[in-house]
Ligand binder design. Structure first.
Ligand code: NAG
Ligand code: NAG
Ligand code: NAG
Ligand code: NAG
Ligand code: NAG
Ligand code: NAG
Length: 469
């Protein structure tokens, strides 16, 4: 009985098999994806060399460009075999495409700047995040695509970020550092079952896209590395992030939608975002940050089953005068936190402007923010909730929360200014701006019961089979 169960699980979860016949050897993989492909190729068919020193930029680009011919004929998948594949940036030039990394495949990002072209800043940012002007393209870059899958059997993408962090710290960079994966203006995107390490900067950046599924990513970077955000959905609609484990030097998930006057003009919110079963370690940043670039608006975020260890804050709102936009209809349910500086943190004076041309009258609207079922221990300060004078953050609802303060906790556990809302069943007793509604309102701070379209996206089991000599 047990043996049968184990076999069934192995088949369902995807297997690596080498099947030997008299003269033929097959490689066979199964993996879950939003869509499967008819045509397959291996990087080695295009001259790829997995020795860790040969550049594979041309091989990747040639393979993907070649596979583009199958976009309207069932699509294609490119297999990256075991090995160390040094590469500069390459482009996903075709829709209906899957990149699949074997569990022992490691993509090593080139540290040679000439392997990274410089592209325009994002219109909703007006400039690069590190520097004014252009930015280095991401390691894996795709734009204007439909139906792309980046996945593997936990295969690795190593950004080799050390040199970039060093240059950034010294102010030696002319352009903004590259991200590992950036997908722009696309729909039906899956990024799953990969291990991302040491990104030069942000790890996963879907922007101006919809129907985005992010699953089973392990993202690791030194907690001291600059701006190594985990997953940054930016001006995206209908996104689901689940079962990810992130240790990084910046926010584990940072929800964004453009910066100051550029983001306001572009006007594209991030909305209908589901984040579930996220585990985060980020000693100097948030588990989930909303902003600080939120000028296109952030609406309808549903976060549940979140575990945070040794992080600065939980679900944090970051904004400033001049941002405009909104953060509204935010629902958080089921958070467990251990060793935190702040369990709750909202910041209305984040500053950090794109330039001096921001509109001082552009005030963000922060409204309907719900936190429910939270347990935290070893917390330095329960909450710092700081709205904007003349522009209070309203509709804050915090219920069924138990915060155990650290031995060296601040004397006043709650500090609230320019906010309004309610609380129920919260220990220690919240600030007066969140009046207690009594134990019977413990289930206040509702979580939506309906499902979002992205909740209904199902994975199929796809296969890759290849004969080799
Ligand atoms: C990828 O596209 C960018 C701009 O769209 C271009 O500058 C770059 O050369 C392309 N990369 C490769 C490897 O062809
Ligand atoms: C990609 O889509 C955007 C938004 O629809 C459009 O403005 C842009 O011109 C497209 N780019 C390409 C290369 O097709
Ligand atoms: C991939 O990584 C996840 C998360 O660490 C783990 O649960 C899963 O077992 C791994 N899968 C394989 C095939 O190694
Ligand atoms: C509590 O948090 C402090 C840092 O604020 C840390 O040094 C200490 O190890 C933590 N204690 C436990 C029991 O986790
Ligand atoms: C309060 O939260 C805990 C988990 O933190 C949960 O087990 C419990 O059912 C919640 N109580 C109510 C009344 O919702
Ligand atoms: C509370 O926060 C305000 C605004 O950030 C700050 O000026 C004040 O000193 C804080 N009060 C305490 C007791 O920490």
């Amino acid at each position: 009985m047990e043996v049968v169960l184990v076999l069934a699980l192995v088949v369902l979860l995807g297997t690596t098999g080498v099947e030997s016949r008299t003269a033929q050897v097959y490689e066979y993989f199964e993996y879950p994806a939003m869509s499967c492909r008819t045509h397959s190729a291996s990087l080695t068919d295009f001259g790829g060399v997995g020795d860790g020193t040969t550049s594979n930029t041309k091989a990747f680009q040639a393979a993907i460009d070649h596979l583009g011919q199958y976009a309207s004929d069932g699509g294609s998948q490119l297999f990256v075999p075991p090995g160390k594949w040094l590469t500069g940036s390459f482009n996903l030039t075709t829709s209906h495409f899957t990149l699949y990394l074997h569990k022992d495949a490691v993509l090593l990002a080139s540290q040679d700047e000439s392997e990274w072209s410089v592209i325009e800043p994002l219109p909703s940012y007006g400039r690069g995040r590190d520097t004014t002007g252009g930015r280095f393209i991401s390691l894996i870059y795709g734009t204007n695509l439909t139906d792309v899958v980046l996945t593997g059997d936990n295969g690795t993408i190593d950004g080799q970020g050390g040199l970039w962090w060093e240059k950034f710290r010294k102010g030696d960079l002319k352009y903004t550092r590259p991200y590992l994966i950036e997908i722009m203006y696309s729909e039906n995107v899956q990024i799953s079952h990969l291990t991302l390490i040491n990104s030069p900067s942000w790890n996963v950046h879907p922007v101006y896209s919809s129907n985005v599924l992010v699953q089973g990513l392990t993202i690791l970077a030194p907690v001291t590395s600059p701006n190594t955000d985990g997953i940054n959905p930016d001006s995206c609609t209908n996104t689901r992030i689940e079962d990810c484990y992130i240790v990084s030097g910046d926010d584990c998930v940072a929800v964004k939608s453009g910066w100051d006057e550029y983001g306001i003009a572009y006007g594209m919110p991030t909305k209908q975002l589901v984040i579930r079963r996220l585990t985060c370690i980020s000693p100097d940043s948030a588990v989930i940050a909303l902003g600080s670039e939120m000028s296109g608006g952030i609406q309808d975020v549903r976060a549940e089953d979140i575990v945070a260890i040794n992080s600065e804050s939980g679900v944090r709102i970051k904004t400033a005068v001049g941002r405009g936009g909104f953060v509204k209809d935010i629902y958080v349910r089921g958070m467990t936190m251990k060793t935190m500086k702040w369990a709750f943190w909202m910041t209305g004076n984040y500053g950090s402007h794109a330039d001096d041309n921001y509109d001082p009258n552009a005030l963000p609207v922060i409204q309907n923010i719900n936190y429910h079922d939270v347990v935290a221990e070893n917390v330095t300060m329960a909450a710092k909730l700081e709205g904007i004078s003349g522009d209070p953050f309203t509709g804050i609802c915090i219920s069924n929360v138990t915060i155990e303060l650290a031995k060296k906790a601040k004397k006043v556990p709650w500090n609230c200014t320019d906010i309004a809302g309610i609380s129920s069943g919260v220990v220690p007793r919240p600030c007066d701006l969140l009046p207690d509604q009594g134990q019977e309102k413990m289930t206040a701070c509702n979580f939506p019961e309906d499902s979002l379209p992205i909740d209904n996206v199902q994975a199929q089991i796809c296969t890759y089979k290849r004969k080799y000599l």
